[in-house]
Design a protein around this ligand. Sequence first.
Ligand SMILES: *[C@@H]1O[C@H](CO)[C@@H](O)[C@H](O)[C@H]1NC(C)=O
Length: 238
Amino acid sequence: MFFSNLLLSALALASAALASPIELAERQTPQKLRIMPLGDSITEITCWRATVWDQLASANLASSVQYVGSQNSNPQNCKPATANWDQHHEGHSGWLAVDIANNYLEGWLKKTPADIVMFMLGTNDVTRGKSTQDVINAYTKMVGIMRASNPKVKIIVDLIIPLSFSNNAIQAINAQIPSWAAKMNTTESPIVIADCYTGFKTSDLRDGVHPNANGDKIIAERVGPLLLDFVRQGLAGK
Ligand SMILES: *[C@@H]1O[C@H](CO)[C@@H](O)[C@H](O)[C@H]1NC(C)=O
């Protein structure tokens, strides 16, 4: 009896020793799905990221995910229901889609790879006179960079919210997004569109450019359900 117990504990010790360090690490901290909120000031200095985190928490998904990016900030002092929401993001005030595609995204994804990228970009390109085609080309380049970093990346592209001036140029980009996204879509790396434009009024902007509280609510309502779908698929190994 004594010897067989001893034998069993010896076997248990031996099997524990057989687990590789990676297996042990996975047992202790299961890999969280990595979500990158990517954009300009409409991603950085706004509260919809926080509201979407509340949606993740309400769906009991918050402990299975993390926001990733080189930034970790809450410039609007957003106070969602979930006090310990993840404030990482890749929102850069004033930045153009063109520059992010050409010079930055590859390095960001190298530092913080992502399973899901959600992005809204193009507003600053419009204000600096870039064409619709420049912006769509930047989107194509960004998707290529995302897929080179992670062939299974899931992508949410937003229709851009209205701009109180130059709104025709915003509409022109938004008009191209559905056919662009359908063309770029693949089974391995799906792209879905969050319509943050329809029903978003200029009165939902606080300064003609950025969403006010109601605008944040609209963006979160349009992006959140698509993100939750992607997270559930990702957790199911799809
Ligand atoms: C991409 O394909 C998925 C199905 O695989 C579909 O649900 C989604 O709507 C498609 N996206 C676009 C933009 O057509």
